[in-house]
Write a protein that binds this ligand. Structure first.
Ligand code: PLP
Length: 492
Protein backbone atom coordinates (compact mmCIF):
# COMPACT_ATOMS: atom_id res chain seq x y z
CA UNK A 1 0.00 0.00 0.00
CA UNK A 2 1.27 3.52 -0.73
CA UNK A 3 2.34 5.42 2.30
CA UNK A 4 -0.19 8.11 3.27
CA UNK A 5 -0.57 10.30 6.30
CA UNK A 6 -2.91 9.84 9.24
CA UNK A 7 -5.63 12.11 7.78
CA UNK A 8 -5.88 10.09 4.61
CA UNK A 9 -6.58 6.92 6.56
CA UNK A 10 -8.98 8.71 8.89
CA UNK A 11 -11.05 9.93 5.92
CA UNK A 12 -11.21 6.43 4.50
CA UNK A 13 -12.76 4.96 7.61
CA UNK A 14 -14.50 7.79 9.38
CA UNK A 15 -17.99 6.65 8.33
CA UNK A 16 -19.63 3.37 9.25
CA UNK A 17 -20.78 1.28 6.31
CA UNK A 18 -24.24 2.06 5.04
CA UNK A 19 -26.73 -0.45 6.34
CA UNK A 20 -30.49 -0.26 5.74
CA UNK A 21 -32.19 2.16 8.10
CA UNK A 22 -34.98 1.80 10.63
CA UNK A 23 -37.88 1.74 8.13
CA UNK A 24 -36.30 -1.01 6.05
CA UNK A 25 -35.36 -3.03 9.10
CA UNK A 26 -38.83 -2.66 10.53
CA UNK A 27 -40.42 -3.84 7.31
CA UNK A 28 -38.08 -6.83 7.09
CA UNK A 29 -38.56 -7.69 10.76
CA UNK A 30 -42.34 -7.44 10.55
CA UNK A 31 -42.41 -9.53 7.39
CA UNK A 32 -40.59 -12.35 9.16
CA UNK A 33 -42.62 -11.96 12.37
CA UNK A 34 -45.91 -12.02 10.39
CA UNK A 35 -44.73 -15.07 8.51
CA UNK A 36 -44.18 -16.94 11.78
CA UNK A 37 -47.44 -15.79 13.32
CA UNK A 38 -49.29 -17.15 10.31
CA UNK A 39 -47.14 -20.25 10.33
CA UNK A 40 -48.06 -20.98 13.92
CA UNK A 41 -51.73 -20.35 13.16
CA UNK A 42 -52.20 -22.61 10.17
CA UNK A 43 -49.22 -24.86 9.56
CA UNK A 44 -51.37 -27.98 9.73
CA UNK A 45 -53.67 -26.74 6.98
CA UNK A 46 -50.79 -26.48 4.55
CA UNK A 47 -48.70 -29.06 2.76
CA UNK A 48 -46.20 -30.92 4.91
CA UNK A 49 -43.64 -29.99 2.27
CA UNK A 50 -41.90 -31.63 -0.64
CA UNK A 51 -38.53 -32.76 -1.76
CA UNK A 52 -36.84 -31.92 -5.06
CA UNK A 53 -34.05 -33.25 -7.19
CA UNK A 54 -30.69 -31.72 -7.81
CA UNK A 55 -31.54 -30.42 -11.32
CA UNK A 56 -34.65 -28.64 -10.05
CA UNK A 57 -32.77 -27.00 -7.18
CA UNK A 58 -29.87 -26.00 -9.42
CA UNK A 59 -32.27 -24.42 -11.90
CA UNK A 60 -34.04 -22.49 -9.15
CA UNK A 61 -31.18 -21.31 -7.01
CA UNK A 62 -27.88 -21.41 -8.87
CA UNK A 63 -26.61 -17.87 -9.53
CA UNK A 64 -23.42 -15.91 -9.14
CA UNK A 65 -23.23 -13.93 -5.89
CA UNK A 66 -24.98 -10.60 -6.65
CA UNK A 67 -22.48 -7.76 -6.56
CA UNK A 68 -25.18 -5.25 -5.68
CA UNK A 69 -27.85 -6.18 -3.16
CA UNK A 70 -31.59 -6.02 -3.75
CA UNK A 71 -34.50 -4.80 -1.64
CA UNK A 72 -35.37 -7.23 1.16
CA UNK A 73 -38.84 -7.69 -0.31
CA UNK A 74 -37.33 -9.13 -3.48
CA UNK A 75 -35.04 -11.47 -1.57
CA UNK A 76 -38.04 -12.45 0.54
CA UNK A 77 -40.02 -13.36 -2.59
CA UNK A 78 -37.15 -15.59 -3.68
CA UNK A 79 -37.15 -17.17 -0.25
CA UNK A 80 -40.90 -17.83 -0.41
CA UNK A 81 -40.95 -19.27 -3.90
CA UNK A 82 -37.58 -20.96 -4.17
CA UNK A 83 -36.61 -21.94 -0.63
CA UNK A 84 -39.67 -22.23 1.61
CA UNK A 85 -41.56 -24.20 -1.01
CA UNK A 86 -38.95 -26.94 -1.26
CA UNK A 87 -38.50 -28.44 2.17
CA UNK A 88 -40.44 -30.53 4.60
CA UNK A 89 -41.60 -28.93 7.84
CA UNK A 90 -40.57 -31.09 10.80
CA UNK A 91 -43.03 -29.14 12.97
CA UNK A 92 -46.03 -29.96 10.76
CA UNK A 93 -48.58 -32.01 12.72
CA UNK A 94 -48.48 -34.82 10.13
CA UNK A 95 -44.68 -34.94 9.86
CA UNK A 96 -44.14 -38.16 11.80
CA UNK A 97 -40.95 -39.29 10.05
CA UNK A 98 -37.59 -40.01 11.68
CA UNK A 99 -37.64 -38.05 14.96
CA UNK A 100 -39.46 -34.81 14.15
CA UNK A 101 -39.01 -31.47 15.87
CA UNK A 102 -41.78 -29.04 16.71
CA UNK A 103 -40.33 -25.93 18.32
CA UNK A 104 -42.48 -23.83 20.61
CA UNK A 105 -42.95 -20.21 19.63
CA UNK A 106 -40.70 -19.21 22.53
CA UNK A 107 -37.96 -21.44 21.22
CA UNK A 108 -38.19 -19.70 17.85
CA UNK A 109 -38.08 -16.29 19.57
CA UNK A 110 -35.21 -17.45 21.76
CA UNK A 111 -33.30 -18.51 18.68
CA UNK A 112 -33.99 -15.14 17.09
CA UNK A 113 -32.80 -13.34 20.21
CA UNK A 114 -29.77 -15.59 20.34
CA UNK A 115 -28.89 -14.68 16.75
CA UNK A 116 -29.53 -10.98 17.29
CA UNK A 117 -27.60 -10.71 20.55
CA UNK A 118 -24.90 -13.02 19.27
CA UNK A 119 -23.47 -13.46 22.74
CA UNK A 120 -20.28 -15.44 22.84
CA UNK A 121 -21.33 -18.38 24.99
CA UNK A 122 -17.84 -19.91 25.10
CA UNK A 123 -16.43 -17.98 28.05
CA UNK A 124 -17.94 -16.70 31.27
CA UNK A 125 -16.37 -13.23 31.38
CA UNK A 126 -17.74 -12.28 27.99
CA UNK A 127 -21.31 -13.39 28.71
CA UNK A 128 -21.80 -14.41 32.34
CA UNK A 129 -25.58 -14.31 31.98
CA UNK A 130 -25.46 -16.74 29.06
CA UNK A 131 -23.23 -19.09 31.05
CA UNK A 132 -25.47 -18.87 34.11
CA UNK A 133 -28.63 -19.53 32.08
CA UNK A 134 -26.93 -22.58 30.58
CA UNK A 135 -25.94 -23.81 34.06
CA UNK A 136 -29.50 -23.35 35.28
CA UNK A 137 -30.98 -25.21 32.29
CA UNK A 138 -28.47 -28.04 32.74
CA UNK A 139 -29.41 -28.25 36.42
CA UNK A 140 -33.08 -28.51 35.48
CA UNK A 141 -32.26 -31.38 33.13
CA UNK A 142 -30.15 -33.09 35.83
CA UNK A 143 -33.07 -32.79 38.19
CA UNK A 144 -35.53 -34.23 35.67
CA UNK A 145 -33.25 -37.23 35.15
CA UNK A 146 -32.33 -37.68 38.81
CA UNK A 147 -28.59 -37.24 38.24
CA UNK A 148 -26.50 -36.27 41.26
CA UNK A 149 -25.24 -32.76 42.00
CA UNK A 150 -21.76 -33.81 40.83
CA UNK A 151 -23.04 -34.08 37.26
CA UNK A 152 -22.19 -31.33 34.83
CA UNK A 153 -22.87 -30.88 31.19
CA UNK A 154 -22.96 -28.74 28.12
CA UNK A 155 -25.46 -27.94 25.40
CA UNK A 156 -24.29 -29.21 22.03
CA UNK A 157 -25.41 -28.92 18.44
CA UNK A 158 -27.20 -32.25 18.72
CA UNK A 159 -27.12 -35.84 19.87
CA UNK A 160 -24.28 -36.88 17.57
CA UNK A 161 -22.00 -34.26 19.07
CA UNK A 162 -23.19 -35.18 22.56
CA UNK A 163 -22.45 -38.89 22.00
CA UNK A 164 -19.02 -38.02 20.66
CA UNK A 165 -18.29 -35.71 23.59
CA UNK A 166 -19.23 -38.45 26.05
CA UNK A 167 -17.02 -40.99 24.32
CA UNK A 168 -14.05 -38.60 24.33
CA UNK A 169 -14.50 -38.00 28.08
CA UNK A 170 -14.78 -41.72 28.79
CA UNK A 171 -11.76 -42.50 26.60
CA UNK A 172 -9.66 -40.01 28.59
CA UNK A 173 -9.76 -42.44 31.51
CA UNK A 174 -8.24 -45.23 29.44
CA UNK A 175 -4.48 -45.55 29.73
CA UNK A 176 -2.81 -45.21 26.31
CA UNK A 177 -1.67 -48.83 26.36
CA UNK A 178 -5.28 -50.01 26.74
CA UNK A 179 -6.82 -47.94 23.96
CA UNK A 180 -6.22 -50.37 21.10
CA UNK A 181 -7.71 -53.18 23.15
CA UNK A 182 -10.73 -51.27 24.42
CA UNK A 183 -14.17 -52.61 23.55
CA UNK A 184 -17.43 -50.66 23.30
CA UNK A 185 -20.70 -52.60 23.69
CA UNK A 186 -24.03 -51.53 22.36
CA UNK A 187 -27.13 -53.04 20.83
CA UNK A 188 -27.72 -53.63 17.16
CA UNK A 189 -30.41 -50.92 17.49
CA UNK A 190 -28.11 -48.12 18.68
CA UNK A 191 -28.15 -44.88 16.72
CA UNK A 192 -25.46 -44.82 14.04
CA UNK A 193 -23.96 -41.64 15.51
CA UNK A 194 -22.43 -44.01 18.10
CA UNK A 195 -20.57 -45.86 15.34
CA UNK A 196 -19.43 -42.58 13.89
CA UNK A 197 -18.29 -41.26 17.26
CA UNK A 198 -16.32 -44.49 17.76
CA UNK A 199 -14.71 -43.98 14.37
CA UNK A 200 -13.89 -40.35 15.09
CA UNK A 201 -12.11 -41.26 18.31
CA UNK A 202 -10.07 -43.79 16.38
CA UNK A 203 -11.64 -47.14 17.30
CA UNK A 204 -11.39 -49.95 14.74
CA UNK A 205 -14.68 -51.41 13.58
CA UNK A 206 -14.01 -54.57 15.62
CA UNK A 207 -13.70 -52.51 18.81
CA UNK A 208 -17.44 -51.84 18.66
CA UNK A 209 -19.51 -54.88 19.62
CA UNK A 210 -23.06 -54.58 18.34
CA UNK A 211 -24.93 -57.15 20.38
CA UNK A 212 -28.06 -58.84 19.13
CA UNK A 213 -31.17 -57.53 20.86
CA UNK A 214 -33.99 -59.70 22.16
CA UNK A 215 -37.37 -60.13 20.46
CA UNK A 216 -38.47 -56.82 21.99
CA UNK A 217 -35.48 -55.00 20.47
CA UNK A 218 -33.78 -54.66 23.87
CA UNK A 219 -30.16 -55.21 24.78
CA UNK A 220 -30.13 -58.03 27.32
CA UNK A 221 -27.91 -57.80 30.39
CA UNK A 222 -27.01 -61.50 30.03
CA UNK A 223 -25.66 -61.11 26.48
CA UNK A 224 -23.76 -58.04 27.62
CA UNK A 225 -22.29 -59.93 30.56
CA UNK A 226 -21.29 -62.82 28.26
CA UNK A 227 -19.63 -60.52 25.74
CA UNK A 228 -17.68 -58.76 28.48
CA UNK A 229 -16.54 -62.07 29.94
CA UNK A 230 -15.42 -63.40 26.55
CA UNK A 231 -13.41 -60.26 25.88
CA UNK A 232 -11.84 -60.31 29.33
CA UNK A 233 -10.78 -63.90 28.73
CA UNK A 234 -9.31 -62.88 25.37
CA UNK A 235 -7.15 -60.25 27.10
CA UNK A 236 -9.15 -57.31 25.74
CA UNK A 237 -10.30 -54.29 27.73
CA UNK A 238 -14.10 -54.00 28.13
CA UNK A 239 -14.51 -50.25 28.36
CA UNK A 240 -17.90 -48.72 27.71
CA UNK A 241 -21.55 -49.56 27.11
CA UNK A 242 -23.91 -47.36 25.12
CA UNK A 243 -27.46 -48.18 26.21
CA UNK A 244 -30.53 -46.86 24.44
CA UNK A 245 -33.11 -44.81 26.26
CA UNK A 246 -35.48 -44.70 23.31
CA UNK A 247 -34.13 -46.17 20.07
CA UNK A 248 -34.67 -44.22 16.89
CA UNK A 249 -36.26 -47.19 15.14
CA UNK A 250 -38.84 -48.29 17.69
CA UNK A 251 -38.52 -46.07 20.79
CA UNK A 252 -37.36 -49.06 22.82
CA UNK A 253 -35.62 -48.45 26.14
CA UNK A 254 -32.91 -50.93 27.13
CA UNK A 255 -33.11 -52.24 30.72
CA UNK A 256 -30.99 -49.41 32.06
CA UNK A 257 -30.82 -50.40 35.73
CA UNK A 258 -29.76 -53.98 34.96
CA UNK A 259 -27.21 -52.74 32.42
CA UNK A 260 -25.91 -50.26 34.99
CA UNK A 261 -25.42 -53.19 37.35
CA UNK A 262 -23.37 -55.10 34.75
CA UNK A 263 -21.26 -51.98 34.16
CA UNK A 264 -20.73 -51.56 37.90
CA UNK A 265 -19.67 -55.21 38.34
CA UNK A 266 -17.04 -54.97 35.62
CA UNK A 267 -16.02 -51.32 35.96
CA UNK A 268 -17.37 -50.17 32.57
CA UNK A 269 -18.52 -46.66 31.73
CA UNK A 270 -22.25 -46.50 31.01
CA UNK A 271 -23.40 -43.99 28.45
CA UNK A 272 -27.16 -43.66 27.97
CA UNK A 273 -28.22 -42.36 24.58
CA UNK A 274 -31.50 -40.72 25.53
CA UNK A 275 -31.44 -38.24 22.65
CA UNK A 276 -35.07 -38.94 21.82
CA UNK A 277 -36.50 -40.59 24.93
CA UNK A 278 -35.28 -38.44 27.82
CA UNK A 279 -38.33 -36.17 28.29
CA UNK A 280 -40.38 -39.28 29.10
CA UNK A 281 -38.96 -39.02 32.65
CA UNK A 282 -41.36 -36.13 33.18
CA UNK A 283 -44.30 -38.53 33.50
CA UNK A 284 -44.58 -41.47 35.90
CA UNK A 285 -44.85 -44.11 33.15
CA UNK A 286 -41.70 -42.84 31.45
CA UNK A 287 -39.87 -42.38 34.73
CA UNK A 288 -40.31 -46.04 35.54
CA UNK A 289 -39.45 -47.11 32.00
CA UNK A 290 -36.21 -45.10 32.06
CA UNK A 291 -35.41 -46.21 35.57
CA UNK A 292 -31.64 -46.55 35.94
CA UNK A 293 -30.78 -43.60 33.69
CA UNK A 294 -29.75 -41.77 36.86
CA UNK A 295 -26.98 -44.37 37.27
CA UNK A 296 -25.35 -43.62 33.92
CA UNK A 297 -21.88 -42.09 33.77
CA UNK A 298 -23.01 -39.91 30.90
CA UNK A 299 -26.27 -39.17 29.13
CA UNK A 300 -27.13 -37.68 25.74
CA UNK A 301 -30.36 -35.72 25.46
CA UNK A 302 -31.66 -33.73 22.53
CA UNK A 303 -34.05 -30.93 23.45
CA UNK A 304 -34.58 -30.42 19.69
CA UNK A 305 -36.41 -33.74 19.50
CA UNK A 306 -39.20 -34.27 22.05
CA UNK A 307 -38.76 -31.01 23.93
CA UNK A 308 -40.05 -28.39 21.51
CA UNK A 309 -36.76 -26.76 20.57
CA UNK A 310 -35.41 -25.51 17.27
CA UNK A 311 -32.41 -27.31 15.80
CA UNK A 312 -29.63 -27.28 17.11
CA UNK A 313 -30.19 -28.14 20.77
CA UNK A 314 -28.41 -31.21 22.09
CA UNK A 315 -26.92 -31.88 25.48
CA UNK A 316 -24.50 -34.17 27.23
CA UNK A 317 -24.42 -34.65 30.99
CA UNK A 318 -21.51 -36.36 32.74
CA UNK A 319 -22.01 -37.85 36.18
CA UNK A 320 -18.56 -36.89 37.46
CA UNK A 321 -18.78 -33.48 35.87
CA UNK A 322 -15.16 -32.54 36.55
CA UNK A 323 -14.11 -34.99 33.85
CA UNK A 324 -15.52 -32.74 31.14
CA UNK A 325 -13.06 -29.97 31.89
CA UNK A 326 -10.24 -32.38 32.65
CA UNK A 327 -10.72 -33.69 29.12
CA UNK A 328 -11.21 -30.51 27.12
CA UNK A 329 -9.74 -27.55 29.00
CA UNK A 330 -6.89 -25.62 27.31
CA UNK A 331 -5.38 -22.29 28.28
CA UNK A 332 -3.99 -20.50 25.20
CA UNK A 333 -2.21 -17.18 25.75
CA UNK A 334 -4.63 -15.02 23.85
CA UNK A 335 -7.42 -16.08 26.18
CA UNK A 336 -5.63 -15.16 29.37
CA UNK A 337 -8.05 -12.25 29.94
CA UNK A 338 -11.00 -14.59 30.15
CA UNK A 339 -9.62 -17.18 32.53
CA UNK A 340 -12.58 -18.05 34.74
CA UNK A 341 -12.54 -17.31 38.46
CA UNK A 342 -13.76 -19.84 41.00
CA UNK A 343 -17.30 -20.98 40.27
CA UNK A 344 -17.31 -19.48 36.78
CA UNK A 345 -17.56 -21.81 33.80
CA UNK A 346 -16.02 -21.37 30.40
CA UNK A 347 -18.20 -23.70 28.37
CA UNK A 348 -15.44 -23.89 25.75
CA UNK A 349 -13.63 -25.97 28.39
CA UNK A 350 -16.34 -28.65 28.25
CA UNK A 351 -16.37 -29.71 24.61
CA UNK A 352 -14.66 -29.12 21.29
CA UNK A 353 -16.29 -25.81 20.30
CA UNK A 354 -14.80 -22.46 21.27
CA UNK A 355 -17.27 -20.08 19.66
CA UNK A 356 -20.75 -21.11 20.73
CA UNK A 357 -24.27 -19.80 20.32
CA UNK A 358 -26.31 -18.99 23.41
CA UNK A 359 -28.35 -22.16 22.92
CA UNK A 360 -29.69 -22.20 26.45
CA UNK A 361 -31.76 -19.07 25.86
CA UNK A 362 -34.48 -20.69 23.77
CA UNK A 363 -34.81 -23.60 26.20
CA UNK A 364 -34.89 -21.30 29.23
CA UNK A 365 -37.45 -19.02 27.58
CA UNK A 366 -39.68 -21.97 26.64
CA UNK A 367 -39.61 -23.57 30.09
CA UNK A 368 -40.12 -20.27 31.89
CA UNK A 369 -43.01 -19.26 29.68
CA UNK A 370 -44.83 -22.57 29.34
CA UNK A 371 -43.78 -24.25 32.57
CA UNK A 372 -42.74 -27.84 33.15
CA UNK A 373 -46.44 -28.75 33.41
CA UNK A 374 -46.84 -27.98 29.71
CA UNK A 375 -43.97 -30.33 28.92
CA UNK A 376 -45.55 -33.07 31.02
CA UNK A 377 -48.71 -32.66 28.98
CA UNK A 378 -46.66 -32.80 25.79
CA UNK A 379 -45.22 -36.18 26.77
CA UNK A 380 -48.61 -37.52 27.88
CA UNK A 381 -50.20 -36.23 24.69
CA UNK A 382 -47.59 -37.89 22.44
CA UNK A 383 -47.82 -41.22 24.30
CA UNK A 384 -51.62 -41.06 23.99
CA UNK A 385 -51.32 -40.34 20.25
CA UNK A 386 -49.09 -43.40 19.86
CA UNK A 387 -51.52 -45.54 21.84
CA UNK A 388 -54.40 -44.23 19.73
CA UNK A 389 -52.46 -44.78 16.50
CA UNK A 390 -51.70 -48.38 17.44
CA UNK A 391 -55.32 -49.14 18.39
CA UNK A 392 -56.57 -47.58 15.16
CA UNK A 393 -54.12 -49.60 13.07
CA UNK A 394 -55.09 -52.77 14.91
CA UNK A 395 -58.73 -52.14 14.12
CA UNK A 396 -58.20 -51.21 10.48
CA UNK A 397 -58.05 -54.22 8.11
CA UNK A 398 -54.70 -54.76 6.42
CA UNK A 399 -52.44 -53.12 8.97
CA UNK A 400 -49.97 -55.19 10.98
CA UNK A 401 -48.16 -53.86 14.03
CA UNK A 402 -44.45 -54.73 13.73
CA UNK A 403 -43.49 -53.14 17.03
CA UNK A 404 -46.16 -51.92 19.40
CA UNK A 405 -45.92 -48.55 21.07
CA UNK A 406 -42.63 -47.82 22.81
CA UNK A 407 -42.66 -44.33 24.33
CA UNK A 408 -44.26 -42.40 21.43
CA UNK A 409 -43.25 -44.57 18.46
CA UNK A 410 -45.28 -47.28 16.69
CA UNK A 411 -43.99 -49.42 13.79
CA UNK A 412 -46.35 -51.12 11.36
CA UNK A 413 -46.92 -52.11 7.76
CA UNK A 414 -49.82 -52.41 5.37
CA UNK A 415 -50.66 -55.73 3.77
CA UNK A 416 -53.86 -55.36 1.73
CA UNK A 417 -55.96 -58.46 1.12
CA UNK A 418 -54.65 -58.71 -2.43
CA UNK A 419 -51.08 -59.15 -1.15
CA UNK A 420 -51.69 -61.61 1.66
CA UNK A 421 -49.83 -64.42 -0.08
CA UNK A 422 -46.92 -62.38 -1.36
CA UNK A 423 -43.32 -62.88 -0.29
CA UNK A 424 -41.71 -60.76 2.41
CA UNK A 425 -39.52 -59.23 -0.26
CA UNK A 426 -42.58 -58.10 -2.24
CA UNK A 427 -44.25 -56.72 0.89
CA UNK A 428 -41.11 -54.77 1.64
CA UNK A 429 -41.08 -53.19 -1.80
CA UNK A 430 -44.80 -52.51 -1.48
CA UNK A 431 -44.45 -50.68 1.84
CA UNK A 432 -41.52 -48.61 0.60
CA UNK A 433 -43.61 -47.62 -2.42
CA UNK A 434 -46.60 -46.87 -0.20
CA UNK A 435 -44.54 -44.53 1.96
CA UNK A 436 -43.34 -42.71 -1.16
CA UNK A 437 -46.94 -42.42 -2.43
CA UNK A 438 -48.01 -40.89 0.87
CA UNK A 439 -45.22 -38.33 0.70
CA UNK A 440 -46.32 -37.28 -2.79
CA UNK A 441 -49.73 -36.25 -1.47
CA UNK A 442 -48.13 -33.48 0.63
CA UNK A 443 -50.58 -34.35 3.40
CA UNK A 444 -48.22 -36.35 5.60
CA UNK A 445 -44.63 -37.46 5.85
CA UNK A 446 -43.61 -40.82 7.33
CA UNK A 447 -40.34 -42.70 7.13
CA UNK A 448 -39.53 -46.40 7.07
CA UNK A 449 -37.07 -48.68 8.78
CA UNK A 450 -36.18 -52.36 8.74
CA UNK A 451 -37.26 -54.61 11.62
CA UNK A 452 -36.20 -58.24 11.36
CA UNK A 453 -35.78 -57.74 7.62
CA UNK A 454 -39.29 -56.33 7.26
CA UNK A 455 -39.90 -52.82 6.02
CA UNK A 456 -41.81 -50.95 8.71
CA UNK A 457 -43.55 -47.61 8.52
CA UNK A 458 -43.20 -45.52 11.66
CA UNK A 459 -45.30 -43.06 13.58
CA UNK A 460 -43.10 -40.91 15.81
CA UNK A 461 -45.04 -38.40 17.89
CA UNK A 462 -43.21 -35.47 19.46
CA UNK A 463 -45.44 -32.66 18.27
CA UNK A 464 -47.91 -30.71 20.42
CA UNK A 465 -49.87 -29.79 17.27
CA UNK A 466 -50.68 -33.36 16.25
CA UNK A 467 -54.18 -34.63 17.05
CA UNK A 468 -56.11 -37.86 16.75
CA UNK A 469 -57.71 -36.44 13.57
CA UNK A 470 -54.27 -36.19 11.97
CA UNK A 471 -53.60 -39.85 12.77
CA UNK A 472 -56.99 -40.86 11.38
CA UNK A 473 -56.33 -38.94 8.19
CA UNK A 474 -52.97 -40.68 7.70
CA UNK A 475 -54.37 -44.15 8.32
CA UNK A 476 -57.22 -43.55 5.86
CA UNK A 477 -54.79 -42.17 3.29
CA UNK A 478 -52.45 -45.14 3.67
CA UNK A 479 -55.35 -47.52 3.23
CA UNK A 480 -56.67 -45.78 0.12
CA UNK A 481 -53.24 -45.32 -1.45
CA UNK A 482 -52.26 -48.86 -0.48
CA UNK A 483 -55.33 -50.38 -2.10
CA UNK A 484 -54.78 -48.36 -5.29
CA UNK A 485 -51.11 -49.31 -5.32
CA UNK A 486 -51.92 -52.98 -4.83
CA UNK A 487 -53.90 -53.04 -8.09
CA UNK A 488 -50.91 -51.85 -10.15
CA UNK A 489 -48.04 -53.18 -8.07
CA UNK A 490 -45.51 -55.45 -9.78
CA UNK A 491 -44.84 -58.20 -7.29
CA UNK A 492 -41.73 -59.68 -8.78
C1 PLP B 1 -31.24 -42.15 19.74
C2 PLP B 1 -30.51 -41.10 18.95
N1 PLP B 1 -29.25 -40.80 19.27
C3 PLP B 1 -28.57 -39.85 18.60
C4 PLP B 1 -29.12 -39.18 17.55
C5 PLP B 1 -28.33 -38.14 16.82
O1 PLP B 1 -28.81 -36.89 17.18
P1 PLP B 1 -28.64 -35.60 16.27
O2 PLP B 1 -29.40 -35.86 15.01
O3 PLP B 1 -29.21 -34.51 17.09
O4 PLP B 1 -27.18 -35.43 16.00
C6 PLP B 1 -30.44 -39.46 17.18
C7 PLP B 1 -31.07 -38.76 16.03
O5 PLP B 1 -32.14 -39.10 15.58
C8 PLP B 1 -31.16 -40.44 17.91
O6 PLP B 1 -32.43 -40.75 17.59
Amino acid sequence: MPSHGLEHWRRLCEQALPHPGHADLELAGRTVADFFLKDFADLGERSVGRTAGCAEMEALLREPPPEAGMPFTEAWQSFLTKVAAYSFRPGHPRFLAFIPSAPTYYSVLGDWLCAGLNYFAGVWKEAPSAAQVELVVLDWFKEFLGLPATAQGILTGGGSEANLTALVVARERLPWEHRAKARLYTSEHRHWSVDRAAKVIGLHADQVRRLAADADYRLTPSSLRDAIRQDQEAGLVPWLVVANAGTTNTGTVDPLDAIAEVCRESGLWLHADAAYGWPAVLIPEGKSELHGIELADSVTLDPHKWFGQTFEAGCVLVRDGRLLEETFRMRPEYMQDVTPDAGEVNFCDRSIALTRRFRALKIWLSIKTLGVAWYRRLIQHCCALAEFGQKLLEQTPGFEILCGRQLSIVCFRYVPAKLQNETEEALNRFNLALCAELTKTGRAFLSTTLLNDRVALRFCFVNWRTTAADVEEIVKLLQRLGDELATRFRYS
